[in-house]
Design a protein around this ligand. Structure first.
Ligand code: SF4
Ligand code: FES
Length: 357
C-alpha cells in the first residue's frame, strides 16, 4: 500500500524561539505550543468557535520576515490569531517595543467605555480584561468624554447582560450560532452604537445558552443564579461529573463552604472551555449528591482565584521579571550560570554564618 508522505512542516521563529508547525497553523496557535510569557493575549479568538478572532487586536505581532522565499517584513502589525505561519517566518511579540506599545493602545481603547466596576463585578478575579489591563495597560485613562452607557438587560431566565462591560468580541454570538439552533441575539447597529441585543426583544432560552457566560471574556454576561453570591476567590473549584443525556457532564463545581454556588465548564490555560455543558448541569444541578467529585481542580491562569489557596508554587511573573531586569542592569557582564552560582554561594554563606554563631 502506498504511504502518504508526512506533511512538510513550516519553520517559525517566534521571539527568537524556533518551532516547526503544520501548514495552516496560525501564529497564535504556534506561540501557544511554545507556551509561557511569549504567548500573545487573545480577547476575541476562541479555539472551539469557528470563525472567531480578528476583532479585538490584542494579539497583534510584528512579522519581521514574511517567509524564507520572500523575506520582506510585513508593513503593519498583524493579528496573530488569524495570520497563518509561512515557512521561514520570523515574528516578534514580547521582543518588539512597537508591539508592546500598540497593545497598550489597544487596551486603552478597550477600556474607553468599560466601567471601572471590578469591585462589584462577578467576573472580577477571572476576567481576561482585568488581566490584560494589569499586564499591558496604563495606570490612568486619558479619556475625558462621557462613557457610553446602557441599561442592564435580562437575556432569558438565566443570563443578565451588562452591555457597558461588553467589548464586542462576538464570542457569545458564535457560541449561540454554533452550539444551539436558536440564536436570537447578535450585534445590533454599527460603530460606537454597536451593542449586543436580542432580535425583537426575544429571550434567550435554549439548552446550551449558559455557555455564552463561559466564553464572555469580561463580565458582560453573568449567571443570574450566581450573581453577587460570592467573590470568586472565596469559592473553591472542584472537578466533577455526572451522567447527562445532553452534554458530557464534566464540570467545575464552585463551593462556598458546603454549598455549590456555581457550576461552570472546565477551562484550559487560555480560559477556553474544554467542552460545552448544558443548562441542566449548569443551573439546575447544585446538590453535591448529584455529582461524582473527582477532586480539587487546578487553576492555571494567573488569577486571584489561585492566590492563598491552591497554587502555592505560582509566583507572580511581573516582580520576578522586574527583579531580573534590574539585577541585570546592576551587573550585566556575568553569565546567568555565574549569577546562579553566586546566588547559591551567598545562600550557603548565610546558612554557614547562622550555624557558626
Ligand atoms: S457579551 Fe461578552 S461574549 Fe458577547 S460580545 Fe460582549 S464581551 Fe463578547
Ligand atoms: S484575539 Fe486576535 S484579534 Fe482578537
Amino acid at each position: 500500500m502506498e504511504q502518504t508522505p508526512a506533511p512538510q512542516l513550516f519553520k517559525l521563529t517566534f521571539d527568537n524561539i524556533e518551532i516547526e508547525v503544520e501548514p495552516g497553523t496560525t501564529i497564535l496557535q504556534a506561540a501557544r505550543r511554545i507556551g509561557g510569557e511569549v504567548v500573545p493575549p487573545a480577547m476575541c479568538f476562541y479555539t472551539p468557535l469557528k470563525g472567531s478572532g480578528g476583532k479585538c487586536r490584542t494579539c497583534l505581532v510584528k512579522v519581521t520576515q514574511g517567509s524564507a522565499k520572500d523575506p520582506r517584513p510585513m508593513p503593519k502589525l498583524v493579528p496573530s490569531c488569524i495570520t497563518t505561519v509561512q515557512d521561514g517566518m520570523v515574528v516578534q511579540n514580547t521582543t518588539s517595543p512597537e508591539v508592546l506599545e500598540a497593545r497598550e493602545g489597544v487596551v486603552e481603547f478597550l477600556l474607553i467605555n468599560h466601567p471601572l466596576d471590578c469591585p462589584i463585578c462577578d467576573q472580577a478575579g477571572e476576567c481576561h480584561l482585568q488581566d490584560l489591563s494589569y499586564e499591558h495597560g496604563k495606570a490612568a485613562t486619558r479619556y475625558e468624554e462621557e462613557r457610553r452607557t446602557y441599561d442592564m438587560t435580562d437575556l432569558g431566565p438565566y443570563i443578565k447582560l451588562h452591555m457597558n462591560r461588553c467589548i464586542l468580541c462576538y464570542r457569545c454570538v458564535f457560541t449561540a450560532d454554533q452550539i444551539t439552533n436558536q440564536r436570537v441575539h447578535g450585534v445590533l447597529n454599527r460603530g460606537d452604537a454597536a451593542e449586543i441585543g436580542t432580535y425583537i426583544s426575544k429571550a434567550i432560552d435554549n439548552d446550551f445558552s449558559g455557555n455564552m457566560i463561559d466564553v464572555c471574556p469580561v463580565g458582560a454576561l453573568t449567571d443570574k443564579t450566581y450573581r453577587f453570591k460570592s467573590r470568586v476567590w472565596f469559592s473553591k473549584p472542584y472537578d466533577a461529573h455526572r451522567n447527562c443525556d445532553k452534554c458530557c457532564g464534566k464540570v467545575l463545581l464552585w463551593y462556598k463552604g458546603e454549598d455549590i454556588i456555581r457550576v461552570t465548564a472546565r477551562k484550559d490555560t487560555y480560559g477556553e472551555v474544554e467542552a460545552f455543558i448544558c443548562n441542566t448541569c449548569r443551573f439546575e444541578t447544585k446538590r453535591t449528591a448529584d455529582w461524582v467529585i473527582e477532586g480539587e481542580s487546578k487553576i492555571s491562569r494567573h488569577s486571584v482565584i489561585g492566590q492563598n489557596k491552591r497554587r502555592k508554587t505560582l509566583l507572580p511573573a511581573f516582580p520576578l521579571k522586574q527583579a531580573q531586569e534590574q539585577y541585570k542592569q546592576i551587573d550585566d557582564v556575568r553569565e546567568p550560570s555565574k549569577l546562579n552560582y553566586e546566588e547559591s554561594r551567598l545562600k550557603n554563606d548565610l546558612t554557614k554564618s547562622k550555624f557558626d554563631k
